[in-house]
Design a protein around this ligand. Structure first.
Ligand code: OKP
Ligand code: ZN
Length: 345
């Protein structure tokens, strides 16, 4: 499959995140994408650099004030104290309910809380460059479909589906899949689907399109009653206004196996067929894998061929956009199994 690889993914390289109150090495690591690239090369897939600039569509979907914050966050952090170079900023306070989110505080950590949904999204020196080049890869993938091609993969990190109009979270800063879908619409398509098969609900993507009928968002994920992002992704979230009926969630309990997962996928495929879209954007998370260290489904590496195969049955121009997957060793194999299952389908 034709692959766009983010040029700057290695620039986002935070040293640690917090897990159960302890500093631990980041699950969302540089090595994840290194391994995907290795597997793509070993199995003969063509890898090119992004050839489109996402700046315009980033400012359509994301709040320009939030984007400016991301661009300058590391400088703001260093301006507090040059010794911060060796440290990572984390938010520690959030404007939850009754508190005001319409006045941007001067305090940097308070600003970070305003623009974050969690304290689990480490920010480092090259974060903006990596996030921006990942968005460029997603937009390039969308353009590749618009040029008449049938399928494409955008290889990037950090992921995107938890990021909303004006917030980061869940390792995500810019919503790559949403930016790809919006590009398809901006260039003349009338209806596109985003199907999110990452283990975690794509709360950012859902929120960006919740009141719209030109993007059908469907997500298969761990039940938010027990799984991140906890506060969105329930089955009764069906969209609002003219978007009513264009948001579909399939939450599944921890322990869900491939047969049970596939039953939800088959329902999602029927939802997609009824919508009659012009293109499909897949938020491709591989953290549904049995060996994933932070997730609880039991899908095996070989099952991912069938996932790709079933997606191909829709016969739609399809852009795969990389999201999560933290079993680093198996990640390359699992990604390429989906892509090759699709090509063989
Ligand atoms: C991002 B994506 C470990 C807890 C996990 C949230 C998970 C983010 C998943 N510190 N933090 O959807 O794969
Ligand atoms: Zn995930």
């Amino acid at each position: 499959m034709h692959c766009f690889l983010s040029d700057s993914y290695r620039d986002h390289n935070p040293k640690y995140e917090y897990f159960r109150g302890e500093k631990v090495p980041c699950f969302e690591s540089v090595e994840r994408l290194d391994n995907i690239v290795k597997a793509l090369q070993a199995r003969g897939h063509k890898i090119v650099s992004p050839d489109h600039d996402a700046t315009g569509v980033i400012h359509t979907l994301h709040d320009p004030v939030y984007v400016r914050f991301l661009e300058t966050a590391w400088q703001q952090w260093l301006a507090l104290d040059p010794a911060n170079e060796a440290l990572q900023p984390f938010p520690s306070v959030w404007p939850t309910r009754t508190l005001r989110d319409d006045v941007v505080p001067d305090n940097f950590i308070a600003k970070l809380g305003l623009y974050s949904m969690d304290n689990g999204t480490p920010l480092a020196q090259g974060t903006w460059r990596a996030a921006k080049s990942g968005a460029d890869a997603a937009v390039s993938a969308a353009q590749y479909l618009l040029n008449g091609n049938g399928s494409v993969f955008s290889a990037s990190r950090p992921p995107g589906h938890h990021a909303g109009r004006d917030f980061m979270g869940g390792y995500c800063f810019l919503n790559n899949a949403a930016l790809g879908a919006q590009t398809l619409l901006d260039q003349g398509m009338k209806k596109v689907v985003i199907l999110d098969i990452d283990y975690h609900h794509g709360n950012g993507t859902q929120s960006l399109f919740y009141d719209r009928d030109d993007v059908l968002f469907i997500s298969l994920h761990g039940d938010p009653k027990t799984e991140f992002p906890f506060y969105l992704g329930h089955g009764d979230e069906v969209g609002e206004g003219k978007g009513k009926g264009y948001n579909i969630n399939y939450p599944m309990p921890a322990g869900t196996n491939f047969d049970q997962w596939l039953q939800c996928l088959e329902q999602a495929l029927e939802n997609i067929q009824s919508f009659q879209p012009e293109a499909l954007v897949i938020s491709l998370g591989l953290d549904t894998f049995v060996g994933d260290p932070i997730s609880k489904f039991t899908i095996q590496s070989d099952d991912f061929f069938q996932v790709g195969h079933r997606l191909a049955s829709l016969r739609l121009p399809t852009a795969f956009i990389m999201e999560g997957g933290y079993a680093t060793e198996a990640l390359g194999t699992n990604v390429v199994n989906v892509l090759e299952g699709f090509e063989q389908g």
